[in-house]
Design a protein around this ligand. Structure first.
Ligand code: ZN
Length: 252
């Protein structure tokens, strides 16, 4: 366990560095690259997913470990969605936009943003995110879905995965709760930190309603609309504390 945590902390730095070498970091953060051609991404085996998809190779390895542990507890985890580039996110966005023809632009944006990100602002661009088993919160509230969700809440963090779009009752802003969306934070926490230092609103272009990104507070409200303890500095501090606890308990 110590070893894995140390490896995760190390990878936060090494993988983002290698991503920078291969793809300009800003293009990577905005999903403006072909993940199928990136050395940092891997195609997910059909055993783990409902359709052909890709993930960051490190997040994928961690997912396989989580999948295997869940399976031994009779819990099945299938990936519904993994990496999505800017173009794929734009298709989702523009399709939803045109379905809401009767609304004004601001109403359209707020409606789409309940569950879908603007192109260039999705964590799915990074290959660190997985949507699991169902895209309905209600699925996870009873029966098999509840057993799967309860397992994830208890165990996913051991493998580096966290629910970032939690209940909004704690004051979290942005997207509605998504019980299916799990983020591989040892990498994604760092990518969000990079996003905040490198990306601005001039990159929000090339899709329906992009000119309204600034007035809808997309970066502070949505991109950063995750729990405080999962923001980079808090997360790394938490990981370090966890390591110290593990080390001292193993030393006893
Ligand atoms: Zn998702």
């Amino acid at each position: 366990m110590i070893k894995r945590s140390l490896v995760l902390l190390f990878l936060v730095f090494s993988i983002s560095a290698s991503a920078q070498e291969l793809i300009p970091i800003k293009d990577f953060l905005l999903g403006r690259f072909d993940y199928k051609k990136s050395a940092d991404f891997e195609r997910v085996d059909s055993e783990y997913a409902v359709k052909p998809l890709y993930l960051n190779a490190v997040a994928y390895k961690a997912f396989i470990e989580m999948f295997t542990a869940a399976k031994s507890d009779s819990v099945s985890l299938k990936i519904i969605s993994g990496s999505r580039n800017f173009h794929e996110q734009k298709n989702i966005w523009d399709r939803k936009w045109h379905k809401l023809d009767s609304l004004c632009p601001s109403e359209k944006i707020l409606s789409i943003l309940e569950f879908s990100a603007m192109p260039g602002t999705s964590r799915h661009h990074w290959g660190t995110e997985v949507d699991l088993n169902s895209l309905q919160n209600s699925y996870f509230e009873e029966g098999r879905g509840k057993a799967e969700y309860d397992w994830l809440v208890k165990n996913a963090s051991k493998f580096g995965f966290y629910q970032v779009y939690t209940s909004q009752t704690t004051g979290r802003t942005g997207y509605r709760e998504e019980k299916w969306h799990w983020s591989y934070l040892p990498l994604a926490a760092k990518y969000l930190e990079e996003y905040n230092s490198k990306v601005d609103y001039e990159e929000k272009a090339g899709f329906e309603g992009s000119e309204f990104a600034l007035e809808h507070n997309i970066i502070p409200g949505y991109v950063n609309g995750i729990p405080q303890e999962l923001q980079y500095r808090a997360f790394i501090t938490g990981e370090t504390k966890r390591l110290v606890q593990i080390e001292s308990s193993e030393g006893e």
